[in-house]
Ligand binder design. Sequence first.
Ligand SMILES: [Zn+2]
Length: 441
Amino acid sequence: MSTQITKVAKAYPKKHLAWASIASIITLVVLAVLPAPDASAKRTTLLLSPEVSSNTATTPQLAVPPNPSPPKTHWGKQLVKSGDTLSHIFKRAGLNAQDVYNITHFGGNSKTLTRLKPGQELLFDIDHEGRLNQLNYIESKLESTLFSKNDSGYTVNKTVKKLVAYSKYSEATINSSLFQAGQKAGLSQNLIMELANIFGWDVDFALDIRKGDSFKLIYEEMHLDGEKIKDGNILAAQFINQGKIFTAIQHESKGGDKNYFTPEGHSMRKAFLRSPINFARISSHFNLRRKHPVLHTIRAHKGTDYAASRGTPIKSTGDGKIIYAGRKGGYGRVVIVQHGQRYRTLYAHLNGYAKNARSGKRVKQGQTIGYVGSSGLATGPHLHYEFYLNGAVRNPVTVKLPHAQPIAKSEKANFLVHAENMQTQLAAYANAISPALASNN
Ligand SMILES: [Zn+2]
């Protein structure tokens, strides 16, 4: 959280009172729209629970249905250890081989019990005569299987709990790095990475970030029985980099794919990654009048060189089809990918090819196609990368990259409404947290 916002909070001592009333309004809203327990998690994402950082606002307590009261049985607990078998565990619980036989032969779907993993739990309900009445196999926080004794064997009931998604809001101003600002705002490492992935197509988080850049986002937190289990998706986010505003809204397609789009419906993704290697240093730039390091003559350097150690994976920068994978003069081992009609990329000096990286094979953006080497005319291991548009070579670092597929026409109208709504929410949260700042902006 920025110090600026902290100052604003101090300047308005009644803020907490205000928050208390906002919190109670939100709780009322939550109660009013809280879905039936088995309703899909999606509806609950409409619930708003603005929590920013501990120094600006208190989290409204969300109404979570209480746990059903546990049965009055006394459960003995056994933890599955590495190398355990069902017999080992039953023995520890005071049961014998006959009990193991009974439950594995007279319980429907008793195969479940053959898939024990270390760290899981078995809960035993054994009566005073030493008979196993119930066995509850806790596979995970979400899944369990209850075996209950009946006349002929055991009845089996599997329970799968559903996570409930709650929306949260966070914002921060960057002093040094996105990571530090994200942590201060209470975001997990995963969420910060996700945020960087969303805007990474437009903002180079290593080079472009300036003090005073800021971001705000609405994201989901997945809860189970009132407890946070993990982070969910980022639903909407805004990043201000050197005064330029980027806004991303998540959209789930009818096919279930989740992607980020601008409020106008353009993909946040570009059709090409800027670089075929993650976090690699450029060792030689595109230069059509360069002195060749090996040949010592003026020879165009038609691509960008990335310094990386031998064996570093090289990614295809876009979806396409490999049209050549083999040796080619000074390029050494090279892969050439055709992307639609207009674009072509080339990756040279490879140490080797990825499995399936053969001529004629389709590749996805980000798919590994080969590994860094020094084959051909190269002074040391590096990747030489070329980018062609309509047959003409371009500088891969500065070429304007086309957007990936926009939103499907049939889904666009709905998306535009959704995007508008999410933008309103982002603005409303920001305003609720720091009205002075919001109005100054
Ligand atoms: Zn080169």
